[in-house]
Design a protein around this ligand. Structure first.
Ligand SMILES: [Zn+2]
Length: 422
Protein backbone atom coordinates (compact mmCIF):
# COMPACT_ATOMS: atom_id res chain seq x y z
CA UNK A 1 0.00 0.00 0.00
CA UNK A 2 1.51 3.32 -0.99
CA UNK A 3 1.34 6.62 0.81
CA UNK A 4 -0.95 9.54 0.00
CA UNK A 5 0.42 13.07 -0.05
CA UNK A 6 -1.37 16.40 0.16
CA UNK A 7 -0.73 18.83 -2.68
CA UNK A 8 -1.74 22.50 -2.85
CA UNK A 9 -2.50 23.91 -6.30
CA UNK A 10 -2.74 27.69 -6.85
CA UNK A 11 -3.86 29.37 -10.06
CA UNK A 12 -4.34 32.99 -11.07
CA UNK A 13 -4.43 35.56 -13.85
CA UNK A 14 -5.75 33.37 -16.64
CA UNK A 15 -8.54 35.57 -17.95
CA UNK A 16 -8.97 38.34 -20.46
CA UNK A 17 -11.47 41.13 -19.82
CA UNK A 18 -13.96 39.47 -22.22
CA UNK A 19 -12.81 35.87 -22.18
CA UNK A 20 -12.51 33.12 -19.62
CA UNK A 21 -12.62 32.95 -15.86
CA UNK A 22 -10.02 31.48 -13.53
CA UNK A 23 -12.70 29.43 -11.72
CA UNK A 24 -13.43 27.65 -14.99
CA UNK A 25 -9.73 27.16 -15.75
CA UNK A 26 -9.13 25.52 -12.36
CA UNK A 27 -12.09 23.24 -13.05
CA UNK A 28 -10.58 22.32 -16.44
CA UNK A 29 -7.25 21.53 -14.83
CA UNK A 30 -8.84 19.30 -12.18
CA UNK A 31 -10.97 17.47 -14.79
CA UNK A 32 -7.88 16.95 -16.93
CA UNK A 33 -5.93 15.57 -13.98
CA UNK A 34 -8.84 13.30 -13.02
CA UNK A 35 -8.74 11.72 -16.45
CA UNK A 36 -5.08 10.85 -16.15
CA UNK A 37 -4.32 10.23 -12.51
CA UNK A 38 -6.00 8.88 -9.37
CA UNK A 39 -6.56 11.62 -6.87
CA UNK A 40 -9.06 13.13 -4.50
CA UNK A 41 -10.04 16.80 -4.33
CA UNK A 42 -10.15 17.80 -0.65
CA UNK A 43 -11.23 21.39 -1.25
CA UNK A 44 -11.44 24.19 -3.79
CA UNK A 45 -10.84 27.74 -2.69
CA UNK A 46 -11.91 31.02 -4.23
CA UNK A 47 -9.82 33.78 -2.70
CA UNK A 48 -10.58 37.45 -3.34
CA UNK A 49 -7.64 39.82 -3.05
CA UNK A 50 -6.95 43.53 -2.55
CA UNK A 51 -9.57 45.41 -4.58
CA UNK A 52 -7.14 48.23 -5.51
CA UNK A 53 -4.46 45.97 -6.99
CA UNK A 54 -3.33 47.60 -10.23
CA UNK A 55 -3.25 44.37 -12.20
CA UNK A 56 -6.52 42.99 -10.84
CA UNK A 57 -9.00 41.19 -13.00
CA UNK A 58 -12.72 41.93 -12.55
CA UNK A 59 -13.35 40.51 -9.08
CA UNK A 60 -9.64 40.06 -8.31
CA UNK A 61 -10.09 36.40 -7.45
CA UNK A 62 -7.40 33.73 -7.32
CA UNK A 63 -8.08 29.99 -7.04
CA UNK A 64 -6.57 27.08 -5.23
CA UNK A 65 -7.31 23.43 -4.60
CA UNK A 66 -6.06 20.89 -2.11
CA UNK A 67 -5.75 17.36 -3.44
CA UNK A 68 -4.63 13.99 -2.12
CA UNK A 69 -2.65 11.74 -4.38
CA UNK A 70 -0.47 8.68 -4.37
CA UNK A 71 3.14 9.61 -3.60
CA UNK A 72 4.27 7.61 -6.63
CA UNK A 73 2.19 9.83 -8.90
CA UNK A 74 3.88 13.06 -7.88
CA UNK A 75 6.07 13.38 -10.96
CA UNK A 76 3.21 12.36 -13.18
CA UNK A 77 1.22 15.26 -11.68
CA UNK A 78 3.98 17.76 -12.47
CA UNK A 79 4.21 16.52 -16.05
CA UNK A 80 0.45 16.77 -16.54
CA UNK A 81 0.39 20.28 -15.06
CA UNK A 82 3.23 21.32 -17.32
CA UNK A 83 1.37 20.02 -20.36
CA UNK A 84 -1.89 21.67 -19.33
CA UNK A 85 -0.19 24.96 -18.58
CA UNK A 86 1.56 25.11 -21.95
CA UNK A 87 -1.78 24.58 -23.64
CA UNK A 88 -3.22 27.41 -21.53
CA UNK A 89 -0.36 29.72 -22.60
CA UNK A 90 -1.01 29.03 -26.26
CA UNK A 91 -4.75 29.70 -25.77
CA UNK A 92 -3.97 32.99 -24.05
CA UNK A 93 -1.60 34.05 -26.81
CA UNK A 94 -4.70 34.14 -29.05
CA UNK A 95 -6.59 36.55 -26.76
CA UNK A 96 -7.33 39.95 -28.31
CA UNK A 97 -5.04 42.76 -27.16
CA UNK A 98 -5.90 44.55 -23.91
CA UNK A 99 -4.15 46.76 -21.32
CA UNK A 100 -3.30 43.92 -18.95
CA UNK A 101 -3.02 40.72 -20.94
CA UNK A 102 -3.42 37.55 -18.87
CA UNK A 103 -0.25 36.60 -17.04
CA UNK A 104 -1.08 33.14 -15.71
CA UNK A 105 0.71 31.28 -12.97
CA UNK A 106 0.19 27.79 -11.61
CA UNK A 107 1.93 26.84 -8.37
CA UNK A 108 2.08 23.28 -7.05
CA UNK A 109 3.28 23.01 -3.48
CA UNK A 110 3.57 20.24 -0.91
CA UNK A 111 3.08 22.69 1.95
CA UNK A 112 0.55 25.43 2.54
CA UNK A 113 2.24 28.84 2.26
CA UNK A 114 2.33 30.93 5.46
CA UNK A 115 -0.71 33.00 6.30
CA UNK A 116 1.18 36.34 6.07
CA UNK A 117 1.35 35.90 2.31
CA UNK A 118 -2.45 35.93 2.18
CA UNK A 119 -2.83 38.90 4.54
CA UNK A 120 -0.34 41.03 2.60
CA UNK A 121 -2.13 40.31 -0.65
CA UNK A 122 -5.67 40.91 0.59
CA UNK A 123 -4.76 44.18 2.34
CA UNK A 124 -2.36 45.99 0.05
CA UNK A 125 0.05 46.21 -2.84
CA UNK A 126 2.58 43.39 -3.23
CA UNK A 127 5.74 43.74 -5.27
CA UNK A 128 6.37 40.79 -7.56
CA UNK A 129 10.10 40.76 -6.74
CA UNK A 130 9.50 40.50 -2.99
CA UNK A 131 6.89 37.77 -3.43
CA UNK A 132 9.31 35.74 -5.56
CA UNK A 133 11.88 36.01 -2.77
CA UNK A 134 9.31 35.02 -0.13
CA UNK A 135 8.31 31.79 -1.84
CA UNK A 136 11.76 30.83 -3.10
CA UNK A 137 12.44 28.61 -0.11
CA UNK A 138 9.26 26.57 -0.34
CA UNK A 139 9.29 23.23 -1.98
CA UNK A 140 7.07 24.16 -4.90
CA UNK A 141 6.89 24.01 -8.70
CA UNK A 142 5.96 27.21 -10.48
CA UNK A 143 4.62 27.40 -14.01
CA UNK A 144 4.17 30.93 -15.27
CA UNK A 145 4.16 33.24 -18.25
CA UNK A 146 7.28 35.38 -18.73
CA UNK A 147 5.71 38.32 -16.95
CA UNK A 148 5.01 36.19 -13.82
CA UNK A 149 2.33 38.53 -12.39
CA UNK A 150 -0.04 35.66 -11.68
CA UNK A 151 2.38 34.36 -9.04
CA UNK A 152 1.19 37.05 -6.60
CA UNK A 153 -2.43 35.88 -6.62
CA UNK A 154 -1.68 32.16 -6.99
CA UNK A 155 0.64 32.23 -3.97
CA UNK A 156 -1.93 34.17 -1.92
CA UNK A 157 -4.61 31.61 -2.80
CA UNK A 158 -2.25 28.89 -1.53
CA UNK A 159 -1.67 30.79 1.71
CA UNK A 160 -5.30 31.36 2.68
CA UNK A 161 -6.66 28.99 5.26
CA UNK A 162 -10.43 28.63 5.37
CA UNK A 163 -10.60 28.02 9.11
CA UNK A 164 -10.51 31.76 9.71
CA UNK A 165 -13.52 33.48 8.26
CA UNK A 166 -15.04 31.63 5.37
CA UNK A 167 -18.24 30.85 3.52
CA UNK A 168 -19.00 28.85 0.38
CA UNK A 169 -19.86 29.70 -3.19
CA UNK A 170 -21.19 27.19 -5.67
CA UNK A 171 -20.16 28.28 -9.14
CA UNK A 172 -21.84 26.84 -12.19
CA UNK A 173 -20.49 27.31 -15.70
CA UNK A 174 -22.22 27.82 -19.02
CA UNK A 175 -22.21 25.43 -21.91
CA UNK A 176 -19.72 26.51 -24.59
CA UNK A 177 -22.53 27.08 -27.09
CA UNK A 178 -24.18 29.61 -24.74
CA UNK A 179 -21.17 31.83 -24.00
CA UNK A 180 -21.75 35.33 -25.34
CA UNK A 181 -25.55 34.91 -25.31
CA UNK A 182 -27.86 36.43 -22.71
CA UNK A 183 -28.05 34.33 -19.55
CA UNK A 184 -31.45 32.75 -18.95
CA UNK A 185 -32.22 33.16 -15.24
CA UNK A 186 -35.69 34.37 -14.33
CA UNK A 187 -35.78 36.95 -11.52
CA UNK A 188 -39.00 35.37 -10.10
CA UNK A 189 -37.10 32.11 -9.73
CA UNK A 190 -34.24 33.90 -7.95
CA UNK A 191 -36.79 35.38 -5.54
CA UNK A 192 -38.22 31.89 -5.01
CA UNK A 193 -34.68 30.57 -4.40
CA UNK A 194 -34.19 33.27 -1.78
CA UNK A 195 -37.38 32.23 0.03
CA UNK A 196 -36.95 28.49 -0.34
CA UNK A 197 -33.31 28.47 0.83
CA UNK A 198 -32.99 31.17 3.49
CA UNK A 199 -29.50 29.90 4.39
CA UNK A 200 -28.20 31.20 1.04
CA UNK A 201 -27.12 34.83 0.88
CA UNK A 202 -26.97 37.76 -1.51
CA UNK A 203 -29.12 36.16 -4.18
CA UNK A 204 -30.68 39.48 -5.04
CA UNK A 205 -30.76 43.16 -4.24
CA UNK A 206 -34.23 43.87 -2.85
CA UNK A 207 -33.58 47.63 -3.10
CA UNK A 208 -33.12 47.37 -6.87
CA UNK A 209 -35.25 44.31 -7.62
CA UNK A 210 -32.29 42.72 -9.28
CA UNK A 211 -30.76 39.25 -9.12
CA UNK A 212 -27.17 39.05 -7.93
CA UNK A 213 -26.32 35.42 -8.67
CA UNK A 214 -25.34 35.90 -12.33
CA UNK A 215 -22.38 38.02 -13.43
CA UNK A 216 -23.00 40.82 -15.91
CA UNK A 217 -19.86 40.12 -17.92
CA UNK A 218 -19.37 37.80 -20.92
CA UNK A 219 -17.46 35.28 -18.75
CA UNK A 220 -18.27 31.53 -18.69
CA UNK A 221 -19.84 31.65 -15.20
CA UNK A 222 -23.60 30.98 -15.30
CA UNK A 223 -24.27 31.83 -11.66
CA UNK A 224 -22.83 31.66 -8.17
CA UNK A 225 -24.84 30.86 -5.05
CA UNK A 226 -23.47 31.77 -1.61
CA UNK A 227 -24.08 30.15 1.76
CA UNK A 228 -22.34 29.09 4.93
CA UNK A 229 -23.47 25.53 4.22
CA UNK A 230 -22.13 23.52 1.26
CA UNK A 231 -25.04 21.04 1.50
CA UNK A 232 -27.60 23.82 1.06
CA UNK A 233 -25.68 25.00 -2.01
CA UNK A 234 -25.81 21.61 -3.65
CA UNK A 235 -29.59 21.37 -3.01
CA UNK A 236 -30.32 24.89 -4.20
CA UNK A 237 -28.30 24.40 -7.39
CA UNK A 238 -30.18 21.19 -8.19
CA UNK A 239 -33.45 22.96 -7.54
CA UNK A 240 -32.48 25.87 -9.84
CA UNK A 241 -31.42 23.44 -12.56
CA UNK A 242 -34.81 21.71 -12.37
CA UNK A 243 -36.53 24.97 -13.36
CA UNK A 244 -37.68 25.60 -16.93
CA UNK A 245 -36.68 29.25 -16.84
CA UNK A 246 -33.07 28.68 -15.78
CA UNK A 247 -30.29 27.94 -18.24
CA UNK A 248 -28.71 24.49 -17.88
CA UNK A 249 -25.13 24.54 -16.67
CA UNK A 250 -22.30 22.44 -18.08
CA UNK A 251 -20.72 21.77 -14.68
CA UNK A 252 -20.47 23.21 -11.17
CA UNK A 253 -18.23 23.13 -8.11
CA UNK A 254 -18.42 24.33 -4.53
CA UNK A 255 -15.63 26.63 -3.39
CA UNK A 256 -14.66 27.63 0.10
CA UNK A 257 -14.10 31.38 -0.03
CA UNK A 258 -12.94 34.47 1.87
CA UNK A 259 -15.84 36.46 0.40
CA UNK A 260 -17.95 38.40 2.95
CA UNK A 261 -15.08 38.21 5.44
CA UNK A 262 -14.00 41.89 5.60
CA UNK A 263 -10.44 40.53 5.59
CA UNK A 264 -9.38 43.42 3.34
CA UNK A 265 -10.20 46.15 5.86
CA UNK A 266 -9.56 47.16 9.48
CA UNK A 267 -12.22 49.19 11.31
CA UNK A 268 -11.11 52.55 12.74
CA UNK A 269 -12.68 55.41 14.61
CA UNK A 270 -11.94 59.11 14.69
CA UNK A 271 -13.37 62.59 15.14
CA UNK A 272 -14.98 64.54 12.31
CA UNK A 273 -13.06 67.78 11.63
CA UNK A 274 -14.99 69.38 8.79
CA UNK A 275 -18.47 69.75 7.37
CA UNK A 276 -19.08 67.34 4.49
CA UNK A 277 -18.40 68.57 0.96
CA UNK A 278 -19.96 67.11 -2.19
CA UNK A 279 -18.10 67.12 -5.46
CA UNK A 280 -19.40 67.15 -9.02
CA UNK A 281 -18.81 63.43 -9.29
CA UNK A 282 -21.51 63.11 -6.58
CA UNK A 283 -19.15 61.70 -4.02
CA UNK A 284 -19.01 63.29 -0.59
CA UNK A 285 -16.08 63.69 1.73
CA UNK A 286 -15.19 64.81 5.23
CA UNK A 287 -11.95 65.20 7.11
CA UNK A 288 -11.42 63.13 10.22
CA UNK A 289 -8.77 63.11 12.90
CA UNK A 290 -7.57 59.62 13.67
CA UNK A 291 -4.59 58.63 15.80
CA UNK A 292 -2.82 61.95 15.29
CA UNK A 293 -3.42 62.05 11.56
CA UNK A 294 -5.89 63.84 9.33
CA UNK A 295 -7.59 61.65 6.77
CA UNK A 296 -10.28 62.22 4.15
CA UNK A 297 -13.22 59.83 4.13
CA UNK A 298 -14.88 59.46 0.74
CA UNK A 299 -18.35 58.09 0.05
CA UNK A 300 -19.47 57.50 -3.51
CA UNK A 301 -22.95 58.17 -4.76
CA UNK A 302 -23.49 54.49 -5.33
CA UNK A 303 -22.61 54.02 -1.66
CA UNK A 304 -26.20 55.26 -1.05
CA UNK A 305 -26.89 55.18 2.68
CA UNK A 306 -23.17 55.52 3.52
CA UNK A 307 -23.12 58.69 1.46
CA UNK A 308 -26.34 59.91 3.07
CA UNK A 309 -25.02 59.36 6.57
CA UNK A 310 -21.72 61.05 5.71
CA UNK A 311 -23.58 64.13 4.49
CA UNK A 312 -25.29 64.43 7.89
CA UNK A 313 -22.06 64.46 9.88
CA UNK A 314 -20.93 67.49 11.86
CA UNK A 315 -17.50 68.47 13.21
CA UNK A 316 -17.04 66.84 16.59
CA UNK A 317 -18.99 63.67 15.79
CA UNK A 318 -17.09 60.52 16.64
CA UNK A 319 -17.46 58.05 13.79
CA UNK A 320 -16.14 54.63 12.93
CA UNK A 321 -15.70 53.11 9.51
CA UNK A 322 -14.22 50.45 7.31
CA UNK A 323 -12.78 51.35 3.95
CA UNK A 324 -9.81 51.09 1.65
CA UNK A 325 -6.90 53.49 1.69
CA UNK A 326 -6.48 54.68 -1.89
CA UNK A 327 -2.88 54.30 -3.04
CA UNK A 328 -3.24 57.33 -5.34
CA UNK A 329 -4.29 60.04 -2.86
CA UNK A 330 -4.41 58.40 0.59
CA UNK A 331 -8.12 59.09 0.95
CA UNK A 332 -10.22 56.36 2.48
CA UNK A 333 -12.90 54.91 0.22
CA UNK A 334 -15.65 54.08 2.68
CA UNK A 335 -17.38 50.72 2.76
CA UNK A 336 -19.20 50.95 6.09
CA UNK A 337 -19.85 53.89 8.35
CA UNK A 338 -21.13 54.22 11.89
CA UNK A 339 -21.80 57.12 14.18
CA UNK A 340 -20.46 56.30 17.64
CA UNK A 341 -21.07 59.60 19.43
CA UNK A 342 -22.80 62.45 17.64
CA UNK A 343 -22.49 66.02 18.85
CA UNK A 344 -25.79 67.83 19.49
CA UNK A 345 -27.20 69.41 16.34
CA UNK A 346 -29.84 72.02 17.17
CA UNK A 347 -29.45 74.24 20.22
CA UNK A 348 -32.50 75.55 22.04
CA UNK A 349 -33.23 77.40 25.29
CA UNK A 350 -34.79 75.46 28.19
CA UNK A 351 -38.56 75.48 28.24
CA UNK A 352 -40.97 76.53 30.99
CA UNK A 353 -44.78 76.70 30.97
CA UNK A 354 -44.82 75.09 27.54
CA UNK A 355 -42.60 77.56 25.71
CA UNK A 356 -38.87 78.32 25.60
CA UNK A 357 -37.42 80.79 28.05
CA UNK A 358 -36.06 83.99 26.58
CA UNK A 359 -33.26 86.34 27.45
CA UNK A 360 -34.15 89.98 27.86
CA UNK A 361 -30.72 91.05 26.61
CA UNK A 362 -26.95 90.74 27.00
CA UNK A 363 -25.96 89.90 30.60
CA UNK A 364 -29.65 89.33 31.47
CA UNK A 365 -30.96 86.02 32.81
CA UNK A 366 -33.40 83.73 30.96
CA UNK A 367 -36.99 84.45 31.88
CA UNK A 368 -40.29 82.61 31.43
CA UNK A 369 -42.96 84.92 30.04
CA UNK A 370 -45.67 82.71 31.66
CA UNK A 371 -44.70 82.43 35.33
CA UNK A 372 -41.83 84.92 35.48
CA UNK A 373 -39.29 82.37 36.74
CA UNK A 374 -35.72 83.13 35.71
CA UNK A 375 -32.42 81.26 35.53
CA UNK A 376 -28.83 81.59 34.29
CA UNK A 377 -28.39 81.43 30.49
CA UNK A 378 -27.70 78.10 28.88
CA UNK A 379 -28.42 76.16 25.70
CA UNK A 380 -29.86 72.68 25.34
CA UNK A 381 -28.49 70.51 22.54
CA UNK A 382 -30.74 68.20 20.57
CA UNK A 383 -29.26 64.93 19.42
CA UNK A 384 -29.60 64.16 15.72
CA UNK A 385 -32.04 61.62 14.42
CA UNK A 386 -30.71 59.22 11.81
CA UNK A 387 -33.82 57.08 11.71
CA UNK A 388 -34.31 57.60 7.96
CA UNK A 389 -31.03 55.82 7.27
CA UNK A 390 -30.88 52.04 7.18
CA UNK A 391 -28.66 50.92 10.07
CA UNK A 392 -27.82 47.80 11.99
CA UNK A 393 -26.36 48.47 15.45
CA UNK A 394 -25.57 52.03 14.33
CA UNK A 395 -23.70 50.89 11.21
CA UNK A 396 -24.71 51.47 7.63
CA UNK A 397 -23.51 49.92 4.35
CA UNK A 398 -24.22 50.22 0.60
CA UNK A 399 -27.06 48.19 -0.89
CA UNK A 400 -26.08 44.65 -1.95
CA UNK A 401 -25.37 45.49 -5.63
CA UNK A 402 -22.71 48.00 -4.63
CA UNK A 403 -20.74 45.95 -2.15
CA UNK A 404 -17.39 44.36 -2.79
CA UNK A 405 -17.13 40.57 -2.80
CA UNK A 406 -14.98 40.81 0.31
CA UNK A 407 -17.36 43.01 2.28
CA UNK A 408 -19.11 41.37 5.18
CA UNK A 409 -22.83 42.27 5.21
CA UNK A 410 -23.90 43.94 8.46
CA UNK A 411 -26.48 41.27 9.15
CA UNK A 412 -23.60 38.77 9.47
CA UNK A 413 -22.01 40.96 12.15
CA UNK A 414 -20.81 44.55 12.61
CA UNK A 415 -17.11 45.51 12.57
CA UNK A 416 -15.15 45.22 15.80
CA UNK A 417 -13.13 48.32 16.59
CA UNK A 418 -9.49 48.73 17.33
CA UNK A 419 -7.43 51.73 16.35
CA UNK A 420 -4.32 51.42 14.27
CA UNK A 421 -3.27 54.20 11.94
CA UNK A 422 -4.94 53.76 8.55
ZN1 LIG B 1 -42.78 79.31 33.61
Amino acid sequence: MSENIKIYIGLDDTDHVDIGCTTEKLNHLLLYLELNINFEIVSRRLVRLWPFASRRTRGNAALSAVVLLDKNDENKLYNLCNKWFNKLLSEISNHPLCIHPASPALIISKTQFPNEIYWETVRGHVKLSSRLLQIKNYNCKIFSSNSQWGIIGASAALAWSPEQNSSYELISWRKKSMIGKKRLINLETVIELDNKYPQTFLNRDPTKNRGLIAPRTPCPVLYGIRSSSPEILEDSHKWLQSKQDVEKSSDYAIHCTNQLSDDHVTPYYGTVLSKPTTSKGAHSSIKVFVNGKIRTLLAFSQGDSVNRLLRLLEPGDIVSWTGLLSPSDSSIHLEKLSILEPVPRIYTRPTCCGSSMKSAGISQKLRCSGCGKNCEKYWLGKMPNFSEIYMINNWTEPNPSNRRHLSKPLDLGVPILNNLIP
